[in-house]
Design a binder for this molecule. Structure first.
Ligand code: DGL
Length: 276
């Protein structure tokens, strides 16, 4: 296996870019291929079977590229069935749920942890299952925050509306006096300032993006796949299922560098990439 190949990531939209950003920071030599399923965003309210079907289509597209690892940079897609995706490939495949739980367990002092995510992620019980396996004695409090992803995708992060929505969603978790809060959706680190303000400085926020990048680095090192020689020039390619322009604009802003995105029409046999 060639360490020079890219690491592929996907999400329903721009959320997975929080993982990309962390990969740039923690694995600066790596090339990235990113897919945002913007035409079918959001995944959160969709049935798991449907999300899995979307994931299989995206995997087929990404596995046809020159890649060495795949990151499901979406909690909703991870929660819908990481074990099913693992059956489809022998490449290292990482989800975003376990890394976040491990980090929370390492940092909580009182053993009172909260997790916020999309409706699909919270209702799946995926976080609860990992908690029960790794630390059955801990208390976990969950809260779905479905409007957060819409605020992020519509670039309304730092607005009074975002603050108000955060106050409403987070008040039950504040009452539980948690000391650690897992941002269980890859869109949420983009709202970290607002969430921190509402929760107060004593609550530690855990970004699944940061932890997933750390775990990716460990996996690449363990398997001798870490790219140490890559340069940061034209290291990334971005694909979306919806219109490329809107994504390109928001992604460039979030990543702090100008990127170019291509629209892909997913088709089993012959995916079509629109070059404009
Ligand atoms: N960023 C995604 C997640 O981590 C999902 C947002 C959505 O499509 O609902 O859950």
């Amino acid at each position: 296996m060639d360490s020079n190949k890219a690491i592929a990531l996907f999400d329903s939209g721009v959320g997975g870019l929080t993982v990309v950003k962390e990969i740039y920071r923690q694995l600066p030599g790596e090339k990235i291929i990113y897919f945002g399923d913007t035409a079918r965003f959001p995944y959160g309210p969709r049935p798991h079977e449907q999300v899995r079907r979307f994931v299989f289509e995206i995997m087929d597209f990404l596995l046809a590229q020159e890649i060495k690892a795949l990151i499901i940079a979406c909690n909703s897609a991870t929660a819908a069935g990481l074990e099913y995706y693992r059956e489809r490939t022998d490449l290292p495949l990482l989800g975003v749920i376990e890394p976040g739980v491990r980090a929370a367990l390492a940092r909580t002092k009182k053993g009172k942890v909260g997790v916020i995510g999309t409706q699909g992620t919270i209702e799946s019980g995926a976080y609860l299952n990992v908690f029960r396996r790794l630390a059955p004695e801990m208390e976990l409090y969950s809260q779905a925050c479905p409007l957060f992803v819409l605020l992020v995708e519509n670039d309304l992060i730092n607005t009074p509306e975002a603050r108000r929505v955060a106050e409403v969603y987070l008040s039950p978790l504040k009452e539980k006096k948690i000391d650690t809060l897992i941002l269980g959706c890859t869109h949420y680190p983009l709202m970290a300032d607002v969430i921190q303000e509402v929760m107060g400085p004593e609550v530690q926020l855990i970004s699944s993006a940061e932890e997933t990048a750390r775990e990716t680095r460990e996996t690449m090192e363990r398997q001798g796949l870490l790219n140490l020689s890559g340069t940061s020039d034209s290291r990334s390619r971005f694909f979306v299922s919806g219109p490329a322009g809107a994504f390109q604009e928001l992604a460039s802003k979030l990543l702090g560098e100008s990127i170019k995105a291509y629209q892909v029409v997913l088709d089993h046999n012959n995916p079509l990439i629109r070059q404009e």
